[in-house]
Design a protein around this ligand. Structure first.
Ligand code: GLU
Length: 442
């Protein structure tokens, strides 16, 4: 059987690290099994869903390389939901209710004050057809609840959490459709998972209690129950994912200069004991992806770790992959020379400025000036096609007796205006003979 997974965001906001992690897990599991990864837009809530978010979700997934094999939209499937609903009505598995929110709140309060669980009392089940007719005549539209089966224990073997058991008597029959005809998330999701052949549902542990209900919906619709896995949620360094990068959308991370490979490498392993390895590409991460590696404890997302991994990714990025993000004219040799010094690709522009000039050289004393004049004279005689930096420093060492920092630092400062930066051996040929001589003579 082909493994089919899905990522089902509601287009009510941006994708952040938490939902991207869910998307990635689903993508990895599908790839690992040569299966299919679906993008399902959960836009049943017309009031809160926005087309701009749908567009952003697609763009974010594409940026991360998580290309879906197909895209579905819940708003295009209302007729399908209606026909499944009709079957559930005929089977007596959904029923009409009329309680207002205020009435329900009051009943909850009463139950809680008696120390009882605030479970819906199924009062509406006692209504007769005559009662419903009277309600209809009065213009009251019903909302619909799914009738949980109290006789069948709810259990599944969660691929991350292990054996799960729920007592349906401790659960309220969930509302599946509002009085205005709009659908709540719960039932359409199950209908879609059945229709789309979803074999594995991977999502965050905030959905565990939904799963308990949905397991019964699959059965009520005569379908096999898919495999479920619920990942522990992410927490930030401060306990909440509210700080900095963890709370940002993918577009912000992209703007902050974080590389997508770093996000993929980190989120593929976060929550497992396996080391994050940014040298692995997405295919290798998929090959090694194993839900049983995930622990049940919340995983800590650390901004600094993401930044570190991102820098590591940049230090290995091939020129062809990055060329269109570099300053015009920057060639492969320059990229390879400066890449180890970058934490963001955008910083390439700073080094391009250092190479092309103009630069501001720091002031220096008379002795240093003398040294630099000697360096300029020597540099003029060198073979610039070979390795001018080694030739220059070797010769200067002999003629001036300087070594170490005394030798290298004045040269670096005069040639780049800075006291740190890329390897001068790579940088000097890029600055070029004429410009280098001018900088030394200044
Ligand atoms: N739209 C739901 C959400 O974003 C989907 C949950 C699910 O994976 O079934 O939470």
């Amino acid at each position: 059987m082909t493994v089919v997974t899905r990522f089902a965001p509601s287009p009510t906001g941006r994708l952040h690290v938490g939902n991207i992690r869910t998307a990635l897990h689903n993508w990895l599991l599908a790839r690992r099994n040569a299966g299919k990864f679906l993008l399902r837009i959960d836009d049943t809530d017309a009031a809160r869903s926005r087309e701009e978010h749908v567009v952003a979700i697609r763009a974010d997934l594409a940026w991360l390389g998580l290309h879906p094999d197909a895209e579905e939209r819940q708003s295009a499937r209302f007729a399908v939901y209606q026909s499944a609903m009709d079957r559930l009505i005929a089977a007596g598995r959904v029923y009409r209710c009329y309680e207002t929110q205020a009435e329900l709140d009051l009943r909850r309060k009463v139950l809680l004050s008696r120390g009882l669980p605030p479970i819906y009392d199924r009062a509406a089940l006692a209504l007769t057809e005559a009662d419903h007719a009277a309600r209809a005549a009065a213009g009251d539209a019903p909302h619909w609840r799914f009738l949980l089966d109290h006789d069948t224990p709810i259990a599944w073997d969660d691929a991350i959490r292990g054996a799960q058991h729920f007592d349906s008597r401790q659960m309220s029959d969930p509302v599946v459709r509002r009085a205005d005809g709009s659908w709540l998330y719960m039932l359409p999701s199950v209908i879609d998972d059945i229709d789309m052949g979803v074999t594995d549902v991977l999502r965050g542990e905030d959905h565990v209690s939904n799963t308990a209900t949905q397991v019964q919906m699959f059965t009520a619709l005569g379908a096999p129950v898919p495999k479920f896995a619920h990942a522990a949620l992410l927490t930030g360094a401060e306990g909440k994912l509210s700080k900095r990068l963890g709370a940002l959308g993918m577009a912000d991370l992209r703007e902050a200069g974080i590389e997508p490979e770093a996000i993929v490498a980190l989120l593929a392993r976060l929550g497992t004991a396996d080391p994050v390895d940014a040298t692995l590409d997405a295919g290798q991460l998929a090959a090694a992806f194993d839900l049983s590696r995930f622990g049940r404890a919340p995983a800590r997302f650390d901004d600094a770790e993401l930044e570190r991994i991102s820098a590591g990714v940049i230090h290995r990025l091939a020129f062809a992959r990055v060329a269109d993000r570099l300053p015009a004219g920057m060639d492969q040799a320059t990229w390879l020379a400066i890449r180890p010094n970058l934490t963001r690709v955008a910083e390439a522009a700073d080094w391009w400025q250092v190479i092309k000039g103009p630069i501001t050289a720091p002031d220096c004393d008379a002795e240093t000036r003398e040294f630099l004049t000697a360096a300029a004279a020597l540099a003029a005689t060198l073979d610039w096609a070979a390795d001018p930096w080694t030739a220059l420093t070797t010769a200067l060492k002999e003629t001036t007796g300087r070594k170490g920092k005394m030798l290298f630092m004045p040269l670096r400062q005069a040639l780049t205006g800075l006291d740190h930066g890329p390897d001068m051996k790579a940088l000097l040929p890029l600055i070029g003979r004429d410009e280098a001589l001018a900088r030394l003579q200044r």
